[in-house]
Design a protein around this ligand. Structure first.
Ligand SMILES: Nc1ncnc2c1ncn2[C@@H]1O[C@H](COP(=O)(O)OP(=O)(O)OP(=O)(O)O)[C@@H](O)[C@H]1O
Length: 783
């Protein structure tokens, strides 16, 4: 079997590069004349054919070039960046082919193997022992594919290749790629058509409104621990898209049987074998979202999978192999630098975790955060938004956040994440619209590392761990319910079932480009978890997010952006405060009504309750239960409802009349009391004008209740408290509310057998009445 070596690749590449050059118009017309003219010699036809072939090869090379394109220069201050940009790293990454591209290329070369340098290795059924190795060989292709390089169409082809990998409308993910059954020319034509479609539609890549969630699968390498425990490999990735899952490791040899296994074959937008690099994963799954964020769109990437399946590795990675979060941020800053040097772009960063159904700020830990919905969607109130100026700064923040993240060793994973972590990068910039107004655009990228779904047995049985596990499973179950509802096109999506789904609302059902990376373990011991993950990933493929609405853009004049925001906030707060005030007033009215009702049949306990500080709502409720409210018996009971509205209205009117009569009576009582009190004050003033018993004129004298009360009365007080409530006025009326309050007041003085409030009694002037209360104004009193 001919296998190309690296030196061969370089040689052939150089030759190809020399041969390939853009065809001139003259050559074009000459070629078509030669092709059409039957009298032309075989030599000319061959020449034309060779030219055509070279053209096709050139297009194919462009596709390949996307993968072999040298990495963009990164910032080099961070250690991980240094490693990433080092020659060793680049070389390593170049060795790993993009599964999708390699697939297309392999097929292209396969159909032309008579003319192209023999670079294709025919697939053979893999042996169990070679699982990992075979996954690379089949899915990635490695060094076996010739690396063409033709810089002209690099960008275009990269988009095409990605769209191919994403199963665009031209190539749905569930169908066998047509490219495999065609010749190179057709493939190239198809690629061009797709490219044109894609470029005309923009990054959402769909004109039918919204875009489908793109689902990728990543298989992690089998661990030593798993091997030692006797686990075999139960997953096989074929053609960079198909995932075969089998319970029996031996079945992996039977390539045909693999296809026949029911329910164990899945196809995704792309599937990464266990040797795929972090960069492969990033460039295929997330790079395009970063580009979209720079155009003011929202993007989300979330990793889903069982515990220990490699989610955190994919999202965060290690210092040597940084994950999607790190690569995305570096890419974002690199692209911002390329675009603008005027500081027009502002990057804000937030990092939170959902642990045991509470939301916590990872950048400045403190109290749990509350989720609320506003114009921008669901937001965590009070979440720190750091303004970041460089990649290094972001890396430092990320590290800080990760230190605060809840991780615990479990039986399955030494560093198991016990929380869902969401890193959000918001990019804000200003552009001029068609009418030359400066508008603000915000693109947000959410990178989500979910906690692992797990069986109770998979983790420790300790209470806290199992509680965490239960909460993790609960939120993931809520996520599954949302996925189901979205797929089934239900109107109500149960986002509110968990904090996680609330936070993912925009990613799942909003205007957002969403990518799901399902992480799976190859271990046969994790078969059911892997199957479960693949099932949900397969389901998620059907979710369509909302289309972007160009008019959704907030077009606030630049100078007033902040003020406008502030104004909106203040207006909202004002509305809320008004509502609270109205509620409080309502409460107060209810309490007053109750008190008024109690006044009709007063008792010492009611009196003390009126004078005591405002009761708590619980106390009030209790009281309400004990005594029906004034209106309780009239119209708000189920009984009154049965009686019909007319009778209820009649009852109500009766009640109102009763109340009015009561108020009138109270007013009269009060007026009388005021009059009596004034008389007393006048009398007192007269007496004090002629002091008796050597009392000094002009000296203030504190009059206490005890000193002023007649001796008999004092004695009587001791004997029976009921005497205290004897009305001082010779009136046959029932005691009024004010009688009671004044009588029970701790600072009441007894004057001429009447009780009044205590005050500093000047010997010359009469003190103003303390009884003046709202609604009982003094001027209303008729003397
Ligand atoms: N692609 C990979 N290549 C090499 N090692 C990997 C890969 N994926 C995962 N691992 C290793 O597997 C182990 C478990 O991975 P990781 O912690 O990312 O799992 P997880 O899905 O985040 O688990 P949990 O949900 O419990 O947090 C780690 O030691 C990690 O280094």
């Amino acid at each position: 079997m001919p296998v190309s070596t690296r030196s061969q690749i370089t040689d052939s590449q150089v030759k190809n590069d020399q041969r390939i050059r853009p065809r001139t118009d003259q050559e074009d017309s000459q070629m078509s004349r030669n092709m059409r003219n039957p009298h032309h010699g075989l030599k000319e036809k061959m020449k034309a054919l060779t030219l055509l072939y070279e053209q096709q090869k050139q297009a194919a090379a462009a596709t390949k070039n996307q993968y072999f394109k040298p990495e963009e220069p990164r910032f080099s201050t961070h250690p991980s960046v240094d490693l990433l940009s080092s020659g060793r790293k680049v070389e390593k990454e170049q060795k790993q082919s993009n599964p999708i591209i390699s697939h297309v290329m392999r097929e292209n070369t396969m159909h032309n193997n008579s003319t192209v340098t023999r670079t294709y290795v025919a697939p053979r059924p893999p042996s169990v022992a070679e699982d990992a190795k075979e996954n690379v060989a089949v899915a990635a292709g490695g060094d076996r594919i010739v690396g063409f390089s033709y810089p002209k169409r690099a960008n275009a082809s990269s988009t095409v290749a990605r769209k191919l990998s994403m199963g665009s409308s031209a190539m749905p993910p569930h169908t066998e790629p047509k490219a495999t059954r065609r010749n190179t020319r057709e493939n190239v034509q198809e690629l061009n058509t797709i490219f044109e479609k894609v470029s005309s539609k923009g990054s959402s890549g769909d004109d039918s409104g919204g875009s489908r969630i793109l689902v990728f699968v990543r298989l992690r390498p089998i661990s030593r621990k798993e091997r030692e425990a006797g686990a075999g490999c139960c997953v096989k990735i074929v053609d960079g898209r198909d995932v075969y899952l089998t319970e029996f490791a031996t079945d992996l040899n039977d390539y045909l049987r693999l296809k026949r296994l029911r329910g164990r074959h899945f196809t995704f937008d792309a599937s990464f074998a266990d040797t795929a690099t972090q960069h492969d994963v990033y460039s295929t799954t997330t790079a395009e979202l970063v580009e979209a964020v720079l155009q003011g769109r929202n993007g989300s990437v979330f990793c889903y999978g069982a515990t220990g399946a490699g989610k955190t590795y994919t999202m965060l990675g290690t210092i040597e192999n940084p994950g999607v979060m790190v690569l995305a941020i570096k890419d974002l800053f690199s692209k911002i630098r390329q675009r603008s040097f005027d500081g027009n772009h502002v990057v804000h960063l937030s990092y939170l975790e959902v642990y045991n159904e509470t939301v916590r700020d990872l950048l400045s830990p403190g109290r749990p955060l509350v989720l609320r919905e506003d114009k921008q969607g669901i937001v965590a109130a009070g979440l720190t938004q750091y303004r970041a100026y460089s990649t290094d700064e972001v890396m430092a923040l990320l590290q800080q956040g990760n230190r605060n993240r809840t991780t615990e060793p479990t039986r399955v994973n030494e560093t198991s994440s016990r929380s869902h972590a969401i890193l959000q990068v918001a990019l804000e910039y200003r552009v001029k619209d068609s009418s030359n107004n400066i508008v603000n655009r915000v693109g947000k990228l959410s990178l989500i590392d979910l906690a692992g779904s797990e069986r109770a047995l998979a983790t420790d049985q300790r209470t806290l761990r199992s509680l965490e596990g239960a909460n993790i499973n609960k939120s993931l179950l809520a996520l599954s319910s949302c996925i189901n509802a979205l797929v089934e096109g239900k109107k109500h999506i149960p986002y509110r079932n968990s904090k996680l789904t609330q936070l993912l609302k925009d990613s799942l059902g909003g205007a957002c480009n969403t990518v799901m990376i399902a992480n799976i373990s190859p271990s046969s011991h994790s078969f059911s978890e892997t199957q479960n993950t693949l099932h949900w990933a397969d389901r998620a493929k059907e979710i369509r997010t909302k289309a972007y609405d160009a008019h959704e853009e907030i077009q606030v004049p630049d100078s007033g952006t902040d003020q406008a925001k502030l104004l909106l906030e203040l207006q909202k707060e004002n509305r809320e405060l008004r509502m609270r005030l109205a509620r409080q007033q309502q409460k107060l009215i209810t309490i007053q009504k109750e008190n008024l009702a109690e006044n009709c049949s007063p008792s010492p306990s009611t009196v003390s309750s009126i004078l005591s500080p405002a009761p708590s709502s619980a106390q009030l409720n209790e009281r309400r239960k004990a005594r029906p409210s004034f209106f309780g018996g009239n119209c708000f009971t189920p009984e009154s409802k049965r009686r019909g509205p007319d009778e209820s209205v009649r009852d109500l009117k009766k009640a109102v009349k009763g109340l009015e009569a009561e108020i009138e009576r109270l007013k009269k009582d009060h007026a009388l009391e005021i009059k009596q009190k004034d008389d007393t004050i006048c009398e007192l003033s007269r007496k004090s004008a002629k002091p008796a018993g050597g009392a000094q004129v002009g000296v203030k004298r504190i009059i206490t209740r005890a000193s002023l009360r007649p001796k008999e009365a004092r004695d009587a007080d001791l004997k029976s408290p009921s005497h205290r409530f004897q009305s001082p006025a010779p009136t046959a009326k029932k005691r009024s509310f004010w009688d009671i309050t004044t009588a029970n007041s701790p600072s009441v003085v007894t004057l001429n057998g009447r009780k009044t409030r205590s005050h500093v009694n000047t010997e010359t002037t009469a003190a103003p009445s303390m009884l003046l209360q709202p609604g009982f104004a003094r001027q209303n009193i008729k003397h």
